[in-house]
Design a protein around this ligand. Structure first.
Ligand SMILES: Cc1cc2nc3c(=O)[nH]c(=O)nc-3n(C[C@H](O)[C@H](O)[C@H](O)COP(=O)(O)OP(=O)(O)OC[C@H]3O[C@@H](n4cnc5c(N)ncnc54)[C@H](O)[C@@H]3O)c2cc1C
Length: 470
């Protein structure tokens, strides 16, 4: 059979692939999308973003912690809640979002092929069964995502020893969980499982957690983790794991320091690699880096100008939020849509730990390296009327400001809805707004946005040498 012809073939239906395919179709181009998995949505919908965020909300709900501050009610449902309760909403959201993506693709007239895509030549893609066909296109977009890193000394079995994909399929709730890796995914799952009533042991090969985050913020999270019984092991690496045949006996996790940790379940959350092995990239001369990531230029073009790559397949920052925009920008360059040709210089990071963390722009550690005079300003949730109403005990917003022009260079938040509050901070940083702009704004009252204003006053009082004690 003659290969069907398209203007664009998108490989992968994760956030970067879906948004790119839909945008190209919206602008009137003939698009095919190839997806190997039975469900649309990739890591965003099936194995990562939305499932973990839904588990976070479920853990908070089941533990009663959302209400604790307000009414001093501790429902402590966790012991009675079943694994089905814990997973129910996650499965509901997954199915609903995957269905929505399918509907969106169909609505835009995109032809979907199920199977694994690989390059036959510069313009031809072979798709394995069940689609079992070949397709030709002017442009090809690689949006194949990433997969969890599997070091050879970890005996992954998907039953007791998990990566971040299989932890979402657990059949019973562990009494204790050893999480290795204190990056975003490790810290999120550590606080989620701990909130749901599980004893968590967090191991990291560095001296702290979330090493790219503002140090005061990570200190606040660590204090919270400790209060909630999470045990931390820093500067430690796993050497081996004994998995007993009797599943009533604990796993024995041997650290290189000779310490041994016992836990019911194990999760490795220590990095991901580009999902490119099935693509036959050598046939089209596209090289990959050490973590199997594809190199691209500012337009998201690979070495081969009509083949683009976006999302986790190109590595940093590997977020659903940025992946979507990369897909849309790549399409802007393919078809000259002239609507969106650059990625903002600053984009927010959302870390859905309990409590949430979010940041944009420079940290104190980064600005110190630049050797530019700066000040910080801080406001605490517990001091804000909205915080008092909601029973906030911990959490703050911190501004990093250059002294010379009072411009806001960084915003760092830990606390309730930090991942929502940060977007105002993104505009302040991107538009180089200063402290006087910030204090001239009127916010609804009472809101958590007051944090911005009081952090600005705090920075101004430091500059004026009239620092108030917070
Ligand atoms: C536990 C976890 C939590 C996360 N939390 C967040 C968060 O809170 N916020 C955030 O912004 N990001 C988060 N992320 C990151 C986010 O999920 C990814 O950055 C995003 O999904 C990457 O999108 P993508 O389109 O590049 O790839 P993916 O979403 O991985 O999709 C790639 C798709 O390509 C398909 N595919 C691969 N190879 C082929 C092939 N050869 N042929 C056909 N199909 C193929 C795959 O089946 C998959 O469906 C999280 C990730 C994880 C693992």
């Amino acid at each position: 059979m003659e290969p069907k012809q398209y203007e664009l073939i998108v490989i992968g239906s994760g956030p970067s692939g879906e948004k790119a395919a839909v945008k190209a179709a919206y602008f009137g181009h003939k698009v095919a999308l190839v997806e190997q998995a039975p469900m649309f949505g990739g890591a965003e919908v099936v194995t990562g973003t939305l499932p973990s965020k839904t588990l976070k909300e479920t853990a908070l709900f089941l533990s009663g912690k959302q209400e604790k501050g307000l009414f001093s009610i501790e429902r402590d449902l966790s012991r009675k809640a079943s694994i089905e309760d814990f997973m129910y909403r996650k499965n509901l959201i997954m199915n609903s979002e995957a269905t929505s993506i399918g509907v969106n693709l169909q609505r835009h007239g995109i032809d979907v092929y199920q199977g694994t895509a690989s390059f036959e030549d510069l313009h031809t893609i072979n798709v394995s069964a069940p689609a079992n066909c070949s397709l030709i296109a002017d442009f090809i977009l690689i949006a194949t995502g990433s997969y969890p890193y599997h070091p050879s000394n970890i005996p992954f079995d998907g039953v007791r020893v998990h990566d971040s994909d299989t932890i979402l399929q657990i059949k019973h709730f562990p009494k204790s969980l050893c999480v290795v890796g204190a990056g975003v995914i490790g810290c999120e799952y550590a606080t989620i499982f701990s909130t749901a009533g599980c004893k968590v042991l967090l191991v990291n090969d560095k001296s702290s957690i979330l090493t790219f985050v503002d140090k005061e913020v990570t200190q606040e999270l660590l204090t919270d983790m400790k209060e909630n019984g999470i045990e931390t092991f820093f500067n430690e690496k796993v050497s081996s794991i004994d998995v007993p045949t009797n599943d009533k006996e604990p796993l024995r996790i041997h650290l290189e320091s000779k310490k041994v940790i016992e836990a019911d379940m194990f999760l490795l959350a220590a990095g991901r690699s580009g999902n490119v092995h099935s693509l036959n990239l050598d046939k089209v001369g596209i090289p990959v880096g050490p973590r199997e990531q594809i190199f691209v230029n500012d337009e998201f073009r690979t070495k081969v100008p009509h083949i683009f790559a976006v999302g986790d397949a190109i590595g940093f920052p590997a977020l659903a939020s940025t992946s979507m925009e990369q897909g849309r920008i790549a399409v802007a360059y393919m078809f000259h849509t002239r609507d969106l040709e650059h990625h903002p210089l600053f984009f927010p990071y959302g870390i859905y730990t309990i409590p949430e963390i979010s940041m944009v722009g420079l940290t104190v550690e980064e600005i110190e390296k630049k050797d530019v005079p700066f000040v910080t300003g801080k406001a605490r949730y517990a001091d804000m009327p909205r915080g008092k109403i909601m029973g906030a005990k911990r959490g703050f917003l911190k501004l990093v400001v250059t002294r010379e022009d009072l411009a806001i260079r960084g915003v760092h938040i830990i606390g309730n809805i930090a991942t929502e509050l940060i977007h105002y901070g993104s505009h302040l940083v991107e538009d180089k707004k200063d402290l006087y702009f910030l204090i001239s704004q009127v916010f609804n009252y009472p809101t958590f946005h007051d944090l911005y204003k009081y952090a600005a006053y705090d920075a101004l009082s430091t500059i004026a040498g009239r620092k108030l004690k917070l």
